[in-house]
Design a protein around this ligand. Structure first.
Ligand code: C2E
Ligand code: MG
Ligand code: MG
Ligand code: MG
Length: 289
């Protein structure tokens, strides 16, 4: 009897795994179709990055969105993860790069010079054609390298470090900016980061979201900002959800802030409307309270 129960449990388990596997395969096929068909299922939201040092907003992060054929929102963490595991990420990132640069060119013809952050994966930066492709796209759309920030996580940066350092050094010499995304949850120390050719440190939102309520987070964040500055880096806080946290970040001398309190990620058109109507005096209002 026991054996029988175990057996059916095992069969059930295997069956469950099978289903999950098939669902992932199906999602992957749907994602490939979405990229190839290019019919609006995949698009971007742009989240403003408020520059506290210079009191301006001329930077944004491009965040991919997928509303599939059935009208369902698919979490980017899920499909990006799947794309990374399957190797589809290289194709997806090329599509991302083209679309974002096309958007930058469009804004440029309207007279708006925006710097956009693009999220990359380890496989992208290590791919032999990455730099050529990027250069080809900016040339095609007549966009300047200085308008593009490349975001990589600590993990992406230390994998195959020698190659990555060489590539980023070259990209930086061409005027691209490099940002370390989700900083603080990976393994690398600031001394390791010191050797990397980077411009920006983006403190992970897990340290920022409840900054106003946690003294520990405040200690971590203020010292990270100070150390980042010592290394000559610009520091960004992501996940700023309230006024109190923004005020603290200002006191800590954080250079840029990004988060729901400043703005949610917006559709391209909404982003430009927001950008145009954003009034700088509003920034000093944060300071008054
Ligand atoms: P990320 O690069 O760290 O992006 C920041 C995430 O935090 C975004 O989630 C954003 O919507 C969210 N966020 C912004 N402000 C707040 C806030 O105040 N509170 C909270 N709780 N969250 C906030 P999203 O858009 O779901 O993206 C998740 C991740 O997916 C990104 O994390 C990035 O790693 C990846 N991703 C997004 N777009 C792309 C892309 O085009 N290519 C690649 N390779 N990865 C992407
Ligand atoms: Mg990012
Ligand atoms: Mg990330
Ligand atoms: Mg992040």
């Amino acid at each position: 009897n026991f054996a029988k129960t175990e057996q059916s449990r095992i069969r059930y388990y295997v069956h469950g795994e099978d289903e999950a596997y098939l669902a992932r395969l199906q999602m992957l096929e749907e994602l490939k179709d979405a990229i190839n068909n290019d019919d609006g299922e995949l698009f971007f939201n742009y989240q403003p990055k408020l520059d506290l040092s210079e009191n301006k907003v001329n930077k944004a992060e491009a965040l991919i969105r997928w509303i599939n054929k059935n009208g369902e929102f698919v979490n980017p963490e899920v499909f990006i993860g799947l794309a990374e595991q399957s190797g589809l990420i290289v194709t997806l990132t090329r599509w991302v790069i083209t679309k974002v640069i096309e958007q930058l060119a469009d804004w440029q013809t309207q007279g708006h010079i925006i710097n956009v952050s693009i999220n990359l994966s380890a496989q992208d930066i290590q791919h032999p054609d990455f730099v050529d492709f990027l250069l080809q796209q900016i040339a095609l759309f007549k966009v300047s390298a200085s308008q593009i920030t490349l975001e990589l996580t600590e993990r992406d940066l230390v994998e195959n470090e020698e190659l990555v350092v060489e590539r980023l050094t070259y990209l930086k010499s061409l005027d691209f900016d490099v940002s370390v995304d989700d900083y603080g949850i990976g393994q690398s120390s600031l001394s390791k980061l010191k050797r990397l050719p980077i411009d920006e440190l983006k403190i992970d939102k897990s340290f920022i979201m409840k900054l106003d309520q946690s003294e520990t987070d405040q200690d971590i964040v203020s010292s990270t900002i100070a150390l980042g500055h010592k290394l000559g880096l610009r520091v960004v806080a992501e996940g700023v959800e309230n006024k109190e946290s923004l005020q603290l970040l200002r006191e800590f001398d954080c250079n840029l802030v990004q988060g729901y309190f400043v703005s949610r990620p917006l559709k391209a058109k909404e982003f430009i409307d927001w950008y145009l109507s954003y009034e700088i005096p509003l920034v000093s209002e944060y300071k008054m309270d």
